[in-house]
Design a protein around this ligand. Structure first.
Ligand code: COA
Length: 400
């Protein structure tokens, strides 16, 4: 009997509740922690400090932070000309393409140009410092890919990457204006809270790819594909479309009734793991409030904010569901003046830190990830030779 009896419950429902491996990077018990530190404390850090914590295992000293910030900036200025030319061509031929596809292609191309074939030494004597360097390189290159694409769409050559930490630098590049302190701080908070989240779908994909002995760029490329889906990273863009769709407070109740009657999900609510609330949504919700009421320039966003809070209240009353982090993140990005199609790519920029940390952890203690499936198809049946198969009239038979 090839299938061993598992003492875990049957995994037929999206692996919910199944422990699929070990990690020392992130835990969700009681509260969300990165390497033992509560995220509620970590939100005061810079994104680079968090990247150091995730990749290297501890918060950096001032000297280490300065060095890492510089390495990330250098990486952001290292997009090969081949990639720039490819993006310029793509921006002419398919400007409407999803920016998630652009990033997926960009990372794949970077891996090809670097001839990344994964760690080439034996698993037990593996020196992962090379892989950490690749990860740091990607931390700078991925936001630079995003900024390069935006420059290409504007028909401009890639502009210089600012001499600043990642959050203010990227915000300045995307908005083409210097970010205010509060804008950069709140943007930085979104990156920290998007950085890592244990065995979420895209991270699990990255670890699975890595477990075959494949390379970091392949793992990140696959993870971007997984994050694109609206039930995962793609939710933040849908959140804003939803709010725009509702438009005015009088529409909220009928809109929600329609959604729930049709058994459609409301984007930005619910979570596979958090059933009583997502700490990231609380922290970002506060940050969103601070941003939007910080000065009069954000006044046009007050209406949308009130709409969001009303829907939040109704979702709790009618469905008992609380928001996840995409709910406030979408409103923050909108208030910062970022176009909606950049929201999920910004999630990528942050999550590269988590993905690459998991890829390195997987490389350091690898065993092929290969679960079992419970077979639910036809019972054993005799083979029918091609000449003896009956032609069937009408619609094609349904696959099982
Ligand atoms: N809107 C409406 N109903 C929702 C919902 C939502 N956002 N999220 C869950 N539900 C409903 C489910 O349909 C289910 O209802 P049922 O019992 O009548 O079938 C019930 O709540 C329980 O859902 P659950 O099984 O716990 O959800 P899941 O773990 O399979 O899915 C998500 C988790 C995240 C995929 C789901 O909540 C969702 O699709 N949310 C919207 C997308 C989103 O915001 N994604 C970002 C996640 S960080």
């Amino acid at each position: 009997m090839p299938h061993q009896q598992s003492d875990q419950k049957d995994a037929e429902s999206g692996l919910a509740g199944i422990t699929a491996g070990h990690t020392s990077i992130c835990s969700l018990e009681q509260t969300l922690r990165y390497r033992g530190y509560a995220v509620s404390d970590l939100v005061q850090c810079s994104f680079e400090e968090i990247a150091h914590l995730l990749l290297w295992g501890d918060l950096p000293t001032a000297h280490q932070l300065e060095a890492l910030t510089e390495r990330i900036q250098r990486a952001a200025r290292s997009i090969p000309q081949t990639v720039v030319c490819c993006f310029q061509r793509l921006a002419e031929t398919s400007p409407q393409t999803s920016i998630m596809d652009v990033l997926r292609t960009g990372v794949s191309l970077l891996g090809q140009l670097e001839c990344d074939n994964g760690p080439n030494d034996a698993p037990h004597s593996r020196d992962l410092s090379q892989e950490r360097m690749k990860a740091e390189q990607l931390l700078g290159q991925v936001p630079a890919l995003l900024a390069t694409w935006v420059d290409c769409l504007r028909g401009e050559p890639p502009s210089h990457w600012p001499n600043k930490p990642l959050a203010p630098a990227l915000l300045e590049k995307l908005c083409q204006t210097k970010a205010s302190d509060i804008a950069a701080t709140v943007f930085n908070t979104t990156l920290i809270l998007y950085a890592e989240h244990e065995f979420n779908a895209s991270t699990f994909v990255a670890r699975t790819v890595t477990s075959t002995g494949s390379d970091m760029h392949s793992g990140v490329t696959a993870a971007i594909g997984a994050l694109k889906g609206p039930l995962h990273g793609g939710a933040n863009e849908k959140v804003l479309h939803q709010l725009m769709d509702i438009g005015v407070p009088e529409n909220i109740e009928p809109w929600l009734a329609r959604k729930l009657n049709n058994h459609e999900v409301v984007m930005g609510f619910g979570h596979r793991v958090y059933k009583t609330g997502d700490i990231r949504a609380d922290l970002l919700g506060d940050a969103c409030h601070r941003l939007i009421y910080s000065d009069s320039s954000f006044e046009p966003h007050h209406k949308l904010e009130k709409l969001a809070l009303k829907l939040e209240q109704l979702m709790l009353e009618k469905k008992g569901l609380r928001p996840n982090l995409d709910w406030p993140a979408a409103r923050i990005y909108h208030a910062l003046g970022l176009p909606i199609n950049l929201f999920t790519p910004l999630f990528v920029v942050a999550r590269v830190s988590g993905w690459t940390s998991h890829i390195i952890e997987q490389m350091g203690n690898n065993r092929l990830i290969r679960p079992l499936a419970k077979y639910i198809g036809p019972s054993p049946r005799p083979y029918v030779a091609l000449r003896d198969r009956q032609e069937i009239e009408g619609p094609l038979p349904k696959a099982h």
